[in-house]
Design a protein around this ligand. Structure first.
Ligand code: LLP
Length: 437
């Protein structure tokens, strides 16, 4: 997929760069991002909105993978940015991202985080709960003008991959209930205080979704309420943000639809609803994370120890694991992989890929066919671009990998590999107490 192919030497190549050379130059484990593929996805989202002549913002959900270079790439493609912490906001500011296109999410933003957001005059705060409304009032003196606000609502639609469920009252830590009166109360409180400008509403129904039904149902629920608000309290949102969640293909079990199709369905349903109630067409915002970066990322590992459990399984260990990709251990997530230095060779082996962390659950892939594998071979695991590096940890005091961007035959280091010195940077010695006799 993307710009990946097998070159004349039988090596996996991404972005016109031989992955065997990348591993030599930058070491392993190594996260490699196919920049052309990220650009392609960004353009598909934007062009679909343009085709429909709908005012829109496509905000990259930077929790999927945030770094200065990534944020710069997002800006280069003209997208907006969704941040969920002071750290993600700081990264965006360091990268010089246009502040008015930053949206701040989260169910427990601190006072300091909100102050920072207001001081920097970012595009909007997605307010999650009543406590946050009060906290915003407390820090409102930092605002440059009115505080632009979206209200996060829980429409009672939850989508997981192929299933979607509707519950009358959403049981979730996020947002104001749409059905239980909380949304109405939040709108009232924000509108009666002239420090706020209520831009509109937001909802996010789930992640790694392959069906459009959940989005259609959420839109219908939101617009049923919008009709009520229009008639009863004269509130019509300027912005309707439908969150992210568009699924990608990790393995052949996954059957995503093109990103343009999600957007088509969303716009067509909003058109239908708007026509029914004669209101101005709202701006449609979305927040894709995984679908922008997920399949653009590949992790390269060096193969090490091999253990055979006769008649049962072959374990092939690599030089990373749950410390750089916790998704298999945490969600039983599945991945595909190849031997990048033997990409042309036929599969002869069935092996299970073990991480190097001291935990039996640190298995990246169970029972995959590969060419005969030896120590020092290079394993490439695909589709690790979202929630991989972003969820990396220092478990077992492993250092976080390096990240390179590849495009048109060029490789650029965008996050340096951590060093042991980095690991102890914030450690302080304990002054041992002298016991009194
Ligand atoms: N907007 C909001 C409000 C969200 O909560 C999320 C993801 C997104 C947008 C982006 O969703 P995406 O397009 O990436 O599906 N760590 C998990 C995924 C957690 C998603 C959390 N929220 C994983 O590795 O699968």
């Amino acid at each position: 997929h993307g710009t990946s192919r097998i070159n004349n030497e039988g090596h996996l190549e991404i972005g016109g760069v031989d992955t065997v050379h990348l591993a030599k130059q930058f070491g392993t484990p190594l996260y490699v991002y196919d920049v052309a593929l990220i650009r392609q996805k960004a353009r598909q989202f934007k062009e679909t909105f343009e085709k429909h002549h709908v005012k829109a913002q496509v905000a990259y959900a930077s929790k999927a993978f945030s770094s200065v270079a990534m944020v710069q790439l997002v800006h280069d493609e003209g997208l907006s940015l969704d941040v969920v912490s002071g750290g993600e906001l700081y990264t965006a500011l360091k990268a010089g991202f246009p502040k008015e296109k930053i949206h701040f999410h989260g169910n427990n933003k601190s006072k300091a985080e909100l102050e920072m957001a207001l001081q920097e005059n970012i595009g909007c705060i997605v307010v999650d709960n009543f406590y946050e409304i009060e906290l915003l009032k407390e820090v409102s003196s930092h605002a440059k003008g009115k505080i632009p606000v979206l209200l996060r609502l829980t429409p009672g639609v939850e989508a997981h991959t192929h299933d979607y469920i509707t519950t009358g009252q959403e049981d979730s830590k996020f947002g104001f209930g749409l059905q239980n009166g909380q949304a109405d109360e939040a709108i009232k409180r924000v509108r009666e205080d002239d420090r706020f400008h209520l831009l509109g509403i937001h909802c996010h129904i789930g992640s790694q979704i392959f069906e459009t039904t959940g989005f259609v149902m959420a839109i219908q629920k939101l617009f049923t309420k919008i009709k009520e608000w229009k008639e009863n309290i004269d509130f019509i949102p300027e912005v309707v943000n439908l969150g992210g969640g568009f699924g990608i293909r990790y393995t052949e079990e996954d059957t995503p639809i093109p990103v343009s199709q999600y957007v088509d369905v969303i716009i067509n349903e909003v058109k239908k609803q708007v026509a029914l109630m004669d209101i101005p067409f709202p701006e449609i915002w979305i927040e894709p994370g995984r679908s922008l970066v997920g399949d653009a990322g590949t992790t390269l590992y060096e193969v090490g120890a091999r253990k055979s459990v006769p008649d049962i399984r072959e374990y092939l260990s690599i030089d990373g694991g749950m410390s750089d990709n916790i998704r298999p251990a945490l969600y039983q997530a599945k991945y595909e992989a190849v031997l990048a230095n033997k990409a042309n060779e036929p599969n002869k082996d069935v092996v299970s890929i073990a991480g190097k962390c001291c935990e039996s659950g640190d298995m990246l892939i169970w029972d995959i066919p590969l060419p005969a594998a030896k120590p020092h071979d290079l394993l490439a695991v695909f589709c690790t671009g979202a929630y991989g590096y972003a969820m990396a940890s220092h478990y077992n005091r492993l250092t976080k990998p390096a990240v390179v961007f590849v495009e048109d035959g060029d490789a650029q280091l965008v996050i340096k590999r951590e060093t042991y010195e980095d690991l102890v940077r914030n450690d302080l010695s304990y002054k041992v107490k002298v016991k009194k006799p």
